[in-house]
Write a protein that binds this ligand. Structure first.
Ligand SMILES: [Zn+2]
Length: 395
């Protein structure tokens, strides 16, 4: 099931007969194209079959008129090591999530590690180790961007420079460690940013016994790049405060499965009304107290499309292109030069929706027929989604 990152190259891959091509780009969510050409893991052509060079392909896939979208990016997970989570003591959760269409996951901190070190040398060592370990080992082929230290009191700018020099690119959720005051967090977030490290802040009530509240004033003062789970993880701030964060901050608005669903719907609508939908990104916050959520990203997409009344093709962008752009990732968009990370979907069997997009807008999750990462097929018909009506075939 799990495999090392240093896998074989995909060679030339042609995907033809695509019925619906979602781009991941909010400004142009549906592409007028039916063919994708991939060379060694990267997209080299997007267009009509007659206009693409489809000769001498190593792999040809007939999409059978199903939908192809960029692989989903879970903006907020808590991995530890390998494909194991101690939070609910489960194995294989990342591979299972790949069967839910996720091809990239972003660590918001390896906080569940039993005995997690909280001294500064220890937390730096853990971050570097986690970054290396997941870079060397991809469960189910999923790109797990990990090594996200939880900042503690006493850290200096030099510590952030050391982390950056060692290849650490993320901070774990600010607020999960001893740094909980806005003025303290603000300096460290700024040091991280100066050294090219992207930050996320916990928003809302405590997650589990032992963690604490991070209110809207702390979030605004800290000014992290991502307003982590603005809908709480689990407990949300009052709607008035969430609204204030959407209005006063220009940072990413992250909505997670493991949060308050009503506030997620309200925040997504607010972002649409404030004309800043490009700020909205999605995650699960899994594994968590509420468990592992292999279909969590698809459930968020269906939730927001159906109950916040946002066209499904736009909500898919929240889970793909928006995250890629805000986090500087080479995936999440169907564009020449981007990673060939795709999810093939069709309407689930017996949904009331006449098309894939309509079924999602009705609140049903799609059926996945194939997942590809770096141009390599990682699974066929998903073992977790409801069965797709039609699935692609490798010719
Ligand atoms: Zn959190």
């Amino acid at each position: 099931m799990a495999e090392a990152a240093a896998g074989g190259k995909s060679g030339k891959v042609v995907i033809k007969n695509i019925g619906l091509l979602l781009s991941g780009d909010l400004d142009r969510p549906i592409l007028d194209a039916d063919t994708l050409v991939v060379q060694d893991g990267l997209i080299v052509a997007v267009g009509r079959e007659k206009d693409c060079d489809t000769e001498h392909a190593q792999t040809v896939i007939d999409a059978r008129k199903t939908c192809v979208a960029p692989g989903l990016i879970d903006s907020h997970v808590h991995p530890v090591f390998g494909d194991w989570t101690p939070r609910q003591n489960q194995l294989g959760w990342i591979d299972s999530t790949m069967n839910g269409g996720v091809t990239t996951m972003i660590s918001a901190g390896e906080v569940h590690l039993p005995g997690r070190p909280k001294d500064i040398v220890g937390l730096k060592a853990l971050a570097i180790t986690a970054q290396r370990a997941f870079d060397n080992f991809r469960p189910g082929g999923v790109k797990v961007l990990a090594g996200a230290p939880v900042i503690e009191k006493g850290m200096t700018e030099q510590d952030f420079k050391d982390l950056a020099d060692a290849g650490v690119k993320l901070l774990g959720e600010v607020g999960l460690g001893s740094v909980k005051a806005g003025y303290e967090a603000k300096d460290m977030v700024a040091w991280a940013r100066k050294h090219g490290i992207l930050s996320t802040i916990h928003t809302g009530g405590p997650s589990i016994p032992g963690s604490g509240l991070i209110d809207k004033d702390v979030v605004l003062e800290a000014d992290a790049d991502v307003i982590g789970h603005i809908n709480g993880g689990h407990t949300a701030l009052p709607w008035k405060h969430v609204c204030e964060l959407c209005e006063k901050s220009s940072r990413a608005i992250e909505l997670v499965h493991n949060g308050n669903e009503k506030i997620a719907i309200q925040a997504a609508r607010a972002a649409m009304e404030l004309k800043c939908p490009h700020r909205v990104i999605l995650g699960t916050d899994g594994p968590a107290g509420s468990g592992v959520q292999p279909l969590g990203m698809l459930r968020m997409i269906a939730l927001l499309s159906s109950l916040a009344d946002i066209p499904a093709e736009l909500v898919f962008c929240f889970a793909t292109g928006n995250t890629a752009r805000l986090r500087g990732l080479n995936c999440g968009l169907i564009e020449v030069g981007r990673a060939a990370d795709f999810v093939f979907m069709d309407r689930a069997q017996h949904t009331a929706g006449a098309s894939l997009l309509e079924s999602v807008q009705l609140g049903d999750i799609p059926g996945i027929g194939m997942v590809m990462i770096d141009g390599i097929v990682r699974c066929g018909r998903s073992r977790n989604t409801p069965p797709a009506t039609e699935i692609p075939v490798v010719l």
